[in-house]
Design a protein around this ligand. Structure first.
Ligand SMILES: Cc1ncc(COP(=O)(O)O)c(C=O)c1O
Length: 406
């Protein structure tokens, strides 16, 4: 198909849009619509008090006041940082895209966990990079395995990776958190083998249990780690404000590679005012409580209706990684669940090269506890129907929407 051929739409399944159906949304990582913040007053004030700033082209690195506010919040998390380290972005995904643009040439290896965030996979693939995938366990990416892989590559004379992409807190899709010891070891490996680390941490502040682990960047003494932050998961994804925190030289190269020439000042000022007035912190507290309740509802419903499925309860974030009973395939369950009115993602989408079978990712953020319970019951029904007539559920290719969603 020509790249200019229009892709047929398969129906917009975003929550809160015009989807005509009763589908329970547990697929994409969309915000809980009932808890999107009310920014009407702030937006009105910005439109009047900051009219010329808000409607003019913005500065390339972002509004200086916002960069300073980000510095404060990064420092509060134990990471040394100044304004020159901060580049305001159009969301965290832009950090990955820009870093690949400035560091990676087609064919260069990029390290990811196995599985990893599916949109990161498509961004990395779009730059023609080769994927090096490293398994993970309950403590996140297995860094000893990575060390062995890197040593073997070096001794074979293979090309060495330029970049490692990692989601250390409440990993997407598995929900696991990288241990402190592994974070430190990862930085040592980056120094030893000469690669950079993109620490993509959108869920860090959405913790419901357990104690916090220092950011990977807090172990960095040589500028090898670039942190990516965003308000997408803690405030509103539609606002499209994120940032990168890194060595000024890398930050400068990323800024030079930006094609929009500076993010939208209107939304930057809204985010800044929301930070200054405490609206974001207040929102995070409320959101964490609500998300924890959604997760509890999901676990209780799975225990009741899918007793032969297995999972670990994540300590935060948006996602639960469910291991299905061995006699059904994840792709078929996803299809059957969709036919029954539950949108979920098949786990194989999250693996770069060799998909592991038998997992689905469930997002507990978007739907209410009651709807989550309905969705889990629909999955259970779907598995029942699949076992009776497997020939009815033959998965095709992933749809464009499935390939490009959070
Ligand atoms: C790992 C990860 N990174 C980043 C994002 C969000 O990126 P952005 O700030 O571009 O909305 C998501 C959202 O699903 C995510 O799961």
């Amino acid at each position: 198909m020509s790249v200019l051929t229009a892709t047929p739409r398969i129906g917009d399944t975003r929550p809160g849009t015009t989807a005509p159906d009763d589908v329970v949304q547990m697929g994409g990582g969309y915000a809980f619509p009932d808890l999107l913040p009310d920014v009407s007053q702030i937006a009105r004030n910005v439109a009047s008090d900051f009219r010329t700033e808000a409607l003019q082209y913005g500065p390339l690195f972002g509004l200086p006041d916002l960069r300073d506010a980000i510095v404060e919040s990064v420092r509060a998390d134990g990471v040394a940082c100044g304004r020159d380290n901060i580049l305001v972005l159009n969301g965290a995904k832009q950090a990955l895209d820009l870093l690949l643009r400035v560091m990676v040439r087609p064919g260069d290896p990029v390290i990811v966990s196995h599985p990893t965030y599916l949109t990161a996979l498509s961004i990395i693939r779009s730059h023609g990079a080769e994927l090096i995938e490293v398994d993970l366990d309950h403590d996140g990416m297995k860094v000893d395995t990575l060390a062995q892989m890197l040593a073997a590559r070096r001794s074979r004379g293979d090309s060495m990776p330029k970049l490692l992409f990692e989601v250390p807190d409440f990993h997407n899709p598995t929900g696991v958190t990288l241990s402190a010891a592994r974070r430190q070891r990862l930085v040592e490996l980056a120094e030893e083998f000469g690669f950079f680390i993109l620490e993509d941490d959108p869920y860090r502040k959405l913790r419901f249990a357990g104690t916090g682990v220092p950011p990977i960047k807090s172990f960095d003494r040589s500028g090898r780690v670039i942190g990516a932050g965003t308000v997408s998961k803690i405030f509103a994804p539609g606002i499209r404000v994120g940032w990168a925190n890194g060595d000024p030289d890398i930050i400068g190269r990323m800024a030079a590679a930006k094609s929009e020439g500076g993010c939208c000042p209107f939304t930057q000022r809204i985010v800044l005012e929301a930070m200054r007035t405490g609206l974001i912190d207040h929102h995070i507290t409320e959101l964490s409580e609500v998300m924890a309740a959604h997760l509890r509802a999901m676990c209780a419903s799975i225990d009741r209706h899918l007793p032969d499925a297995r999972y670990n309860v994540p300590n935060g974030g948006y996602f639960l990684w469910l291991e299905l009973p061995a006699d059904v395939s994840a792709a078929q369950v996803t299809l059957a669940a969709s036919a029954s009115g539950a949108a979920i993602f098949s786990g194989d989408l999250f693996f770069g090269t060799v998909p592991a079978q038998g997992f689905v990712r469930l997002c507990f953020a978007t739907s209410t506890p009651e709807r989550i319970d309905l969705g889990i019951r629909r999955i259970a029904e779907a598995i029942h129907r699949l076992r009776e007539s497997p020939e009815k559920f033959v998965p095709g290719e992933a749809t464009p929407l499935q390939r490009h969603t959070d």
